[in-house]
Design a binder for this molecule. Structure first.
Ligand SMILES: NC(=O)C1=CN([C@@H]2O[C@H](COP(=O)(O)OP(=O)(O)OC[C@H]3O[C@@H](n4cnc5c(N)ncnc54)[C@H](OP(=O)(O)O)[C@@H]3O)[C@@H](O)[C@H]2O)C=CC1
Ligand SMILES: O=C(O)[C@@H]1CCC=N1
Length: 266
């Protein structure tokens, strides 16, 4: 069987994050990876990673079996129009927020489409990606497409109908955690703590807390209770979470995230 080849259209943040895992784990040999972008400075960086580059999306189509579309949703139509009618026997993987699998299928006249919501931690091999199912895609091709994302972290399968609703959980949420860490560091600085030490302690605590969520078998509420001594400091801190309606803020952020996906989506 011929070795499968990978193409990526759009060589920005996510393409770089995805390719770093693919290259590190040798999911595709570098000479079997072709990346296109309109921006030659982006392509220079991709070339430094060892991939083939081109400014021509048609060339990616020609040189690849699995093609990841990694452009912004606002410009995806131009790319889909370029590919339309030429994707027979190709597997198309889209990571564009809000753009449904149904829409891509209707534009390309192929049903060999996978929609994925990845996240930037893929860049360090700790990503979390949600993917739609195999459909009519041959199993070995689907598995290869999944390994593009599993090479750099956790993957899970969901229905296309849930892809907009999932964005806030993994695609957008790194920003929630970065904002939280940033706010904690600012508060620590105000209390006279060294910025670098504050960031290390906050980030390591996030890492530890995340690992406890994954391995302890306890719910977020149970783990919160373990930290919260009666009449203690955590209880005092969490009164601010209640007063400033932390859960309501997260619920509203999730709603706005999903709402925006439907606004920019099709
Ligand atoms: N950033 C994130 O955390 C996540 C992003 N996504 C999704 O990933 C996709 C890419 O996002 P991101 O990597 O952040 O975006 P970037 O802007 O960093 O990368 C997209 C790249 O595509 C280029 N481009 C634009 N039009 C074309 C075209 N017609 N042909 C080839 N290349 C083109 C852009 O060039 P130029 O800048 O010159 O326009 C840019 O270099 C989006 O659809 C987003 O919804 C999904 C999950 C997480
Ligand atoms: O902000 C965005 O639209 C993209 C999708 C998920 C994360 N970043």
């Amino acid at each position: 069987m011929e070795e499968l080849r990978l193409g990526v259209i759009g060589g920005g943040n996510m393409a770089t994050a995805i390719l770093s895992g693919v290259i590190k784990k040798n999911v595709f040999p570098k000479d079997k990876i072709t990346v296109s972008d309109k921006d030659t400075t982006k392509l220079e960086k991709i070339r430094e990673m060892g991939c083939r580059t081109t400014e021509n999306n048609q060339e990616v189509l020609k040189q690849s079996d699995i093609i990841v579309i990694a452009v912004k949703p606002q410009v995806i139509d131009a790319v889909l129009d370029e590919l339309a009618g030429k994707t027979k026997d190709k597997c198309i993987v889209s990571i564009a927020a809000g753009i449904s699998k149904k829409y891509i299928i209707s534009k390309l006249s192929t049903d060999k489409v996978i929609r994925v919501m990845p996240n930037t931690p893929l860049l360090i091999g700790m990503g979390a990606s949600a993917l739609t199912g195999r459909g009519t895609i041959p199993e070995y091709i689907y598995e290869k497409a999944v390994s593009i994302f599993s090479a750099a972290g956790f993957v899970t399968q969901i229905e296309d109908e849930q892809m907009n609703e999932i964005i806030f959980l993994n695609g957008t949420s790194p920003a929630f955690f970065f904002r939280m860490a940033g706010a904690m560091v600012e508060a620590a600085k105000e209390q006279g703590i060294d910025e670098e030490k504050a960031l290390q302690l906050a980030a390591k605590t996030m890492e530890g807390a995340a690992n406890m969520l994954l391995s302890s078998g306890k719910t977020p509420a149970e783990l919160t209770a373990q930290v919260t001594s009666p009449g203690g400091t955590t209880l005092a801190a969490l009164t601010a979470f209640d007063e400033f309606r932390f859960e309501e803020m997260i619920r509203e952020a999730a709603k706005r995230c999903t709402g925006r996906a439907y606004e920019i989506g099709r």
